[in-house]
Design a binder for this molecule. Structure first.
Ligand code: SAJ
Length: 442
């Protein structure tokens, strides 16, 4: 078997082709199913959402992603179709089963493994000797051994010989045009060495980057939550600095630019109106809760989450103060919110800070319009001009490329205050056009 890094876009040898079931066809499972098919495996895509399955059967992507839609259209025309179904008995004919179901947190920020447990129960019910089950969902250290494995254990059915269980956490950056599911390195581990080796061998047929087997499955579980916790605490650092710099009249972007000139030991992150998505604001709680369960309270991780979670409110307060400075009270204010998605270029609104900002403003402001070209169903108007018409203030909550170079348009609509929640707009141009500019930390 060639090392992972040597496998480019060639298809795998026929005898390496496996019958693979991908369970959960969302932002992670669907790209994985398409990649697995592209590499020459037989793929069945399973999802309990019948609407998702119906759309996919028609070659339509349930998520707004051009690349995924193009691949779906291509595979339809080329006849190398993935079989999409909700029929879970199809699991029985798979050699490899990959689970890509959501692992969110509940309102109290406790890990919610409901979807994972349900998937494990269904897979265990249909399990056949020789099958390899791989969990890609993000989980806390110990989940595989303590929660997943018990679903499959039964007399005379031994892990590592009769069936195989591994973990290979998903690593995806939705919207990233450089790093994609086929070229991002992966870490992998198994309940037994055999399980880990089988999973590593399989991912080497998919991924052109290295597939690294760690010494134990807990290290693999922890790797994923640590890399996202690292990101969360670094964002919290710059968010707190931004609030401090707001009191000192220091431009945080200038300082980050300055610190980035140091070629080592500094990694730029950027302040904003909050941290959204299904990874960064969620995964740290998997580490926090597991630590607390073990009797240790990770104060720093919790504080970072609190700082990031408070940024939407900070943005609302900054809006209130800025309008009051020109004599406009919230109860008379007419505001446009630009962007609802949690980050640029995606239609995903999970944990989006914009939703928190909207919720707060709706309690008090006179008129609020919302426009996001990626989430029309969350918008109150269908275009930018309609959002800006007759407004006093515009809040940019998502730095979609469609909101680039809108400074003159803001001015033409008579916008008086611009709250730049992503430090994305041209501050100098906005000031030159006679508007008040307020960024996050600038
Ligand atoms: N954000 C900031 N400041 C930053 C970076 C992000 O406020 O400096 C905000 C974004 O606006 C967004 C949230 O944080 O609301 C999350 O942004 P993200 O760029 O981390 O995007 P995600 O959630 O798609 O994170 C994914 C993650 N991938 C996986 O979990 C497999 C994460 O590990 C990646 O680091 C991240 O993409 C990436 O690098 O872009």
């Amino acid at each position: 078997m060639k090392e992972g890094s040597q496998i480019k876009d060639e298809k795998i040898k026929m005898n390496d082709s496996k019958n693979v079931c991908v369970v959960g066809l969302g932002y992670v499972g669907l790209p994985l199913a398409l990649l697995t098919r592209e590499k020459g495996h037989q793929v069945t895509g399973l999802d309990i959402n019948r609407e998702t399955i119906e759309k996919l059967k028609q070659g339509l992507s349930p998520i707004k992603d051009k690349e995924i839609q193009d691949k779906l259209s291509l595979q339809n025309s080329s006849g190398t179709k993935i079989r999409f179904t909700s029929d879970m008995s199809m699991l029985q004919s798979a050699e490899i089963i990959i689970v890509c179901v959501p692992t969110p947190v509940d309102a109290e920020h406790k890990p919610n493994l409901r979807h994972l447990k349900s998937a494990c129960q269904t897979i265990a019910y249909n399990i056949k000797p020789g099958q390899l089950v791989i969990i890609e969902s993000t989980i806390f250290p110990g989940t595989m051994q303590e929660i997943v494995l018990p679903f499959f254990q039964k007399p005379d059915f031994n892990i590592g010989s009769d069936f195989f269980l591994a973990h290979c956490p998903e690593r995806l950056d939705p919207g990233n045009k450089i790093f994609n599911i086929g070229n991002i390195p992966r870490v992998v581990g198994g309940i037994t060495e055999n399980c880990a080796l089988k999973a590593k061998k399989f991912y080497q047929t998919l991924i052109s980057a290295p597939v690294i087997k760690l010494s134990n499955i807990k290290a693999v579980e922890t790797t994923k939550v640590v890399e996202n916790t690292f990101r969360d605490v670094n964002i919290a650092l710059v968010n707190e600095l931004a609030i401090a710099f707001d009191t000192m009249g220091i431009d945080v972007l200038e300082v980050i630019k300055g610190a980035s000139t140091k070629p080592f030991a500094f990694m730029a992150h950027f302040p904003g109106c909050g941290v959204g998505g299904h990874c960064i604001p969620v995964d740290p709680y998997y580490l926090i809760e597991k630590s607390r369960e073990q009797g240790f309270n990770p104060r720093f991780l919790s504080m970072a989450r609190q700082i990031n979670d408070d940024m939407p409110l900070y943005t609302v307060q900054k809006t209130r103060r800025s309008l009051q400075q020109i004599g406009i009270m919230f109860e008379k204010a007419r505001i446009a919110i630009l962007g609802v998605s949690y980050k640029a270029g995606v239609d995903d609104i999970r944990e989006s800070p914009a939703l928190r900002i909207i919720e707060e403003l709706q309690k008090e402001v006179f008129k609020l319009d919302i426009f996001d070209p990626y989430t029309p169903n969350k918008s109150t108007v269908s275009d930018l001009d309609s959002a800006l018409q007759s407004k006093d203030c515009a809040i940019l909550a998502t730095n979609h490329p469609e909101f680039k170079d809108i400074e003159e348009k803001l001015s033409r609509h008579g916008i008086k205050v611009v709250i730049d929640g992503r430090n994305f707009l041209d501050k100098d141009k906005i000031i030159k056009l006679g508007m008040i500019y307020r960024g996050i930390g600038r």
